[in-house]
Design a protein around this ligand. Structure first.
Ligand SMILES: C[S@@+](CC[C@H](N)C(=O)[O-])C[C@H]1O[C@@H](n2cnc3c(N)ncnc32)[C@H](O)[C@@H]1O
Length: 249
């Protein structure tokens, strides 16, 4: 009897959460990064490239909100000025969602050397994405959706139109070398001292450093002589992250 009740009520909840809702994860990179960003008062927006149906951006927002709220309390030696500043930084932070909403682009060049991806894989749609966020009580006034292929949507115009100047977290979840290369070129001017860059697919392509996100990152970071990218957290089977540290004058 009790078993039946549990199955009826708990199982659907579990399915709902695993599909979608994002229970807060104590060990996620986003959560840990938020501690550093809040404590160090790093200013900027959250940018996610490859949002699909919204699961990871919803989760990121929840985890960040929790961490920032803790930092808005006057404790642990934080002054009222410090908490006010953290409040302001959190209230100004927006969540940018970039996606084609048509899935992956044509797989060619280096990306065709792997066999895990196909054109149109991870296809979603913007309306459903918005519905999912609304249902999860995402604060829609903080959301900026940029639909389209990164190769067309990641432009200076988008930065200007949205006064997009700084990124606190850059979450790259677009699987491919070609897409990651475009994204990294776009975010270069948005780096601040302390920006956290998360690569969701770091170990794709059997972790081959000459392919995928690893290849795009190594090519890109080698050119940026004013920046050092400090290895940060890893998470789950695939993820890795770095903190951008400014070394210029
Ligand atoms: C693995 S899914 C993202 C999953 C999502 N972050 C989550 O955890 O729910 C990869 C996404 O990257 C997007 N994508 C990959 N390359 C792209 C490109 N060049 N332009 C636009 N979107 C791209 C796909 O449309 C897809 O939604």
């Amino acid at each position: 009897m009790l078993g039946g009740i549990l199955k009826r009520f708990i199982r659907p909840l579990r399915l709902f959460s695993s599909n979608f809702v994002s229970l807060v994860d104590e060990n996620s990179i986003v959560r840990k990064a938020s501690w550093i960003l809040a404590a160090e008062k790093v200013e900027g927006d959250y940018l996610e490239f490859g949002v699909y149906r919204g699961r990871s951006i919803i989760k990121a927002h929840r985890e960040m909100e929790e961490v920032y709220r803790e930092h808005m309390e006057e404790s642990g030696g934080r002054s009222s000025e410090a908490t006010e500043e953290i409040k302001r930084i959190w209230s100004e932070m927006r969540f940018f969602a970039f996606d084609s909403f048509q899935g992956l682009p044509k797989i060619d060049g280096l990306d065709a050397l792997g066999s895990d991806f196909e054109e149109g894989g991870w296809s979603s749609n913007e309306e459903n994405f918005r519905i999912n966020l609304t249902k999860s009580r995402f604060p829609m006034e903080k959301l900026v959706v940029v639909p389209g292929w990164f190769e067309e949507s990641c432009t200076e115009k988008i930065k200007q139109e949205n006064s997009l100047k700084r990124a606190a977290i850059i979450h790259i979840d677009c699987d491919l070398y070609s897409s990651t290369k475009t994204v990294l070129g776009f975010v270069e001017s948005l780096l601040v001292d302390g920006t956290v860059i998360i690569f969701d697919d770091w170990y794709n392509f059997k972790a081959n450093p000459s392919l995928g996100e690893q290849k795009a990152f190594s090519e890109w970071s080698e050119k940026l002589s004013d920046w050092v990218f400090v290895q940060y957290q890893k998470e789950g089977p695939w993820r890795n992250s770095f903190i951008a540290s400014y070394q210029g004058n």
